[in-house]
Ligand binder design. Sequence first.
Ligand code: PLP
Length: 416
Amino acid sequence: MRDTAPPTTDARHPARWEDLDRLRRTSPMCDAVLDEVDGRHIRSGDHWLVDFASCNYLGFDRDPEIIAAIEPAVRRWGTHPSWSRLLGSPRLYVDIEERLAALLGAPDTLLLPTATLIHASVIPVLAGQGHVFVEAAAHRTVYDGCLAAKGKGATLHRFRADLPGELETLLSRLPPGPPALVCLDGVNSMSGNIPDLPALAAICRGGNATLYVDDAHGFGVVGERAPSESCPYGARGNSVVRHTGETYDGIVLVGGFSKAYSSLLAFLALPTRLKNRLKVDAGPYLYSGPSPTASLATALAGLEVNERRGDAVRAGLYRKTVRVLDHLRELGLPTLNTDRLPIVEVPLGGGADIDAVAAYLWERGIYVTLAAYPLVPRDQVGFRVQITALNSDADIDQLNDALTGLSERFALTDGR
Ligand SMILES: Cc1ncc(COP(=O)(O)O)c(C=O)c1O
């Protein structure tokens, strides 16, 4: 699993696949088979580990109230709707879309099975024969959507979210007429950081470009700021647009239920006119199967639970994340994480061998996401810890002890 766009130079070089094959053979944390799950403890063979690789940030995957919502829905609707959405959508879809639009404060929403499908089908429609700008650290699925747009006649450009002036200049040089689409992650899937959305949105509005934001990791975690918020993640988990005080004017937001809400479903927040256009122009609404009933039921129940208990869950998530970040700081270990979200990437900076680091963590019962070459470019090799509400304080103690051991055995420095 590569998170970001591949380097353009050696993307098709066979050596990459040899490296990937070697990684699969040598690392127990790559392409693993898991035999049992007990909360956030997982068993692979006879080895139990604490799971810091899942993205079930709110712990909804094990929530009894959400689990109980599945069976009645399946009895009523069957296991799978199996009409494409244009042929017929169970009322669950309408209930989720309305509830979601209210939560996000968006004009409307459109549900499709995955963010991957949304990017692949919607980015080409929005880019048309115009210009599509992909952020350098955007998720691989966003990049692939931009490549699909290029294949259909759009011109592809790259930009960096931390250099907004550069984007402004690029937009200002475009001829008037064809559409311009600017694509990036909300909460970044590797660094866990939030882009300066107000600055980028202002530039896009000024340059007549649509800003397309993939907030797969922010939805359910960050939300609107409020004096009564339970933690700096904000309130209600209603995503990065609200968290940064932005509006949906000129912004199309994509989010997913497959992380914080533990369900196979994704959405666009968008104007109703665009929604109706995408029902015809974006393939999956007509040509793909829908999400299973269990996913629709868990999404709806998750929205209900989020409204009642979400802020308390997020406060606990923040507290545990800060425990890990504070410990890294005390150890003098680098992390890309500056915004204190529960995605904690530790770069190795060329100072330590990823295989040896992974083997050590495995031995200490810690399961993480490996950002190994060729999954990421060589200068971005490291590992990523994702903290979820179901990780106990004892789990965090075990992780922090393992990080202490790592810092004693390996030279972990951010070489960038
Ligand atoms: C930023 C980002 N976008 C999109 C996706 C894919 O989401 P989905 O599973 O809904 O296709 C992921 C999953 O890893 C992601 O991290």
